[in-house]
Design a binder for this molecule. Sequence first.
Ligand SMILES: Nc1nc2c(c(=O)[nH]1)N[C@H]1C(S)=C(S)[C@@H](COP(=O)(O)O)O[C@H]1N2
Ligand SMILES: [Mo]
Length: 199
Amino acid sequence: MGIISRGFQGRRRDAGDRLPPGQYLVDDFPVLSAGPTPRVPLDRWEFAVDTEAGQTHRWSWAEFLALPQETPTVDIHCVTKWTKLDTTWQGVSLDVLLEDVETAADYALIYSYGGYTTNLPLEDLLDGQAWIAHRFDGEELEPRHGGPARLIVPHLYFWKSAKWVRGIRLLNEDYPGFWETAGYNNYGDPWREQRYEGD
Ligand SMILES: Nc1nc2c(c(=O)[nH]1)N[C@H]1C(S)=C(S)[C@@H](COP(=O)(O)O)O[C@H]1N2
Ligand SMILES: [Mo]
């Protein structure tokens, strides 16, 4: 009693330190979809990892939910300049999903129900940097935000966080996705403001 703890992190970083260049804060959760929301019945849903050697690892919805779960709280940054702080998700780390996958690939192409694709280096999916999330803010992930499940890669602009994710193709060579072939930056680091090709 009477002990005032400032916690192990000391003073909390203020919001300004968490806002990448050119971004502004929002409290709502905007929806950005390049097409209609695909509806995927859970009994037909699957998530797949396809390796460069032609092997496929698959998880049904029940198998996916049975994997160890994490609840990351992260800041997300859309290339249209909104940033939302402290978003809380529940899902499965890509470290878990890729644990037993034998690969020497350097690149990943994420593909979604509905046809959306996005690419990133495989290493950006590992070491606690990415999740396949199926809950947001304690609730089932809404279809318009990517439900049943979406990728979350918060350290890159949010277009890399593919909604309605269906699988990941592991590749020896980089293969640009939907926005990356439409003039957006191939990597998309918000802290280096890599919005467009050439940034
Ligand atoms: N399948 C799919 N995933 C997608 C998109 C999309 O159009 N289709 N839009 C991307 C973009 S540009 C952003 S900013 C975020 C938006 O997610 P939200 O609608 O949940 O805010 O999803 C990303 N993932
Ligand atoms: Mo976006």
